[in-house]
Design a protein around this ligand. Structure first.
Ligand code: PHE
Length: 333
C-alpha cells in the first residue's frame, strides 16, 4: 500500500489528484481502513503485529500526503501569482485626452466676449414653430426664406429653425427690458453642401432692448467684438441690407487678417469677409413681446460661427468641421 501510494503521489499534480489518493488509502472505505476493520477477527498476537505495521504505514502515508499537499498548494499559488503579476516598469498605455471642437472653441470665445459686456446666455429649441421662426419676426407670408426649398419643415407649422432669431421672440415674450442676451445654437437650411455651405451650421444671436439704444451702440458693440475676436487692428464695415425683423438693417464685414492679397483662399482677394447680419429691432417685433415701442429700442445681430472659425483658423472648407477627422480636430489643441 505504501509503495503504491508513494508512486501515485509522485505523479499527482493537483490538489484534487492528491486528495483522491488520500481517500483511496485513508478514507472511510480506504485500503488501510479496510485492513484495520478486518483485524477484529485475528488472534491477539497477529492483531498486535498487523496493528503496528498498519499504524506505521498510516503515519508514513500521512506524512507523504502532508508534503504533497504543501507542494501542490505552493505550485498553485505560484501559478496564480504569475497570472496576476504586474510589471510596474512597463510603459503605460497612452491615454489620449479629447480636444474641443473648433466650433465649440469659437462659440465659447464669442460667448466670453459678450458675457464680459454683461450679456447672459439664452437658449431655444432647434425644432421651432413657424410663428417663432417667421411670423413673429415680421417675415411676410411670401418671403422666400419660408419656402420648402429653403427651410426644412417637420410639419405645416413646425420647422428646423433656419436661424437663431427665433430665440429673440422667445426672449421678448418671457423677459422685460432691459434685455441683454446672446443665443448660440444650431441652425438648418436646405443648402447643398460645398466648401462654403452646409445644411446644418451654427449662429450666435444677440439681442439688447433698453431705453435709448441706438445704431451707434450696435456699431460700437460689434466693432469691439471683432477686435477682441480677430485682433485689435481688425477693421469693420457696415453695409446696408434688409431683414424683415430689423430696420434699418446691415451686414458687417471684417477685414481679412489672413489676407494673402489676390489669391487669398479665405476672402477670395476682396480683403473683407461678411460675418453677421444686424439691425435695430423692428417695432413690430418688439410689439410681439408687448414692449412699449415709444420707450424702448434695441438692436439685434446674428453671426455665422463657421464663417468666423474659418477666418480665425484659416480653414477653407466648411465640411472639414463635420467630418470628425481627428487629424483635423487635433490641430485645435
Ligand atoms: N437671422 C439673420 C440671418 O440668419 C441674421 C440677423 C439676426 C439679422 C438678427 C439681423 C438681426 O441671416
Amino acid at each position: 500500500i505504501l509503495q503504491e501510494a508513494k508512486e501515485q503521489l509522485e505523479k499527482a499534480k493537483t490538489l484534487a489528484e492528491t486528495d483522491e489518493i488520500r481517500v483511496k488509502v485513508l478514507g472511510k472505505k480506504g485500503q488501510l481502513t479496510e485492513i484495520l476493520k478486518g483485524m477484529k477477527k485475528l488472534p491477539p498476537e497477529e492483531k498486535k503485529e498487523l496493528g503496528q505495521a498498519a499504524n506505521k504505514v498510516r503515519n508514513e502515508v500521512e506524512n507523504l500526503l502532508e508534503e504533497k499537499f504543501a507542494q501542490v498548494k505552493a505550485a498553485a499559488k505560484e501559478a496564480q501569482f504569475k497570472l496576476e503579476k504586474i510589471d510596474v516598469t512597463e510603459p503605460g498605455e497612452d491615454m489620449s485626452l479629447g480636444v474641443k471642437h473648433p466650433i465649440t472653441i469659437t462659440i465659447e470665445e464669442i460667448s466670453d466676449i459678450f458675457m464680459s459686456m454683461g450679456y447672459s446666455i439664452a437658449e431655444g429649441p432647434q425644432v421651432e414653430s413657424v410663428f417663432n421662426a417667421f411670423d413673429a419676426l415680421n417675415s411676410p407670408k411670401n418671403h422666400p426664406s419660408r419656402d420648402v426649398t429653403d427651410t426644412f419643415y417637420i410639419a405645416k407649422d413646425t420647422v428646423l429653425r433656419p436661424h437663431t432669431s427665433s430665440v429673440q421672440i422667445r426672449t421678448l415674450m418671457s423677459q422685460k427690458p432691459p434685455i441683454k442676451i446672446i443665443a448660440p445654437g444650431r441652425c438648418f437650411r436646405c443648402d447643398t453642401p460645398d466648401a462654403t455651405h452646409s445644411p446644418m451650421f451654427h449662429q450666435v444671436e444677440g439681442l439688447i432692448v433698453d431705453e435709448g439704444i441706438t445704431m451707434a451702440d450696435l456699431k460700437g458693440t460689434l466693432d469691439s467684438m471683432a477686435k477682441q475676436l480677430f485682433g485689435s487692428s481688425t477693421r469693420t464695415k457696415f453695409r446696408p441690407h434688409h431683414f424683415p425683423f430689423t430696420e434699418p438693417s446691415a451686414e458687417m464685414d471684417v477685414s481679412c487678417f489672413k489676407c494673402g492679397g489676390k489669391g487669398c483662399r479665405i476672402c477670395k482677394g476682396s480683403g473683407w469677409i461678411e460675418i453677421l447680419g444686424c439691425g435695430m429691432v423692428h417695432p413690430n417685433v418688439l410689439a410681439v413681446g408687448g414692449i412699449d415701442t415709444e420707450k424702448y429700442t434695441g438692436f439685434a445681430f446674428g453671426m455665422g460661427v463657421e464663417r468666423i472659425a474659418m477666418l480665425k483658423y484659416g480653414v477653407d472648407d466648411i465640411r472639414l468641421f463635420y467630418e470628425n477627422d481627428m487629424r483635423f480636430i487635433n490641430q485645435f489643441k
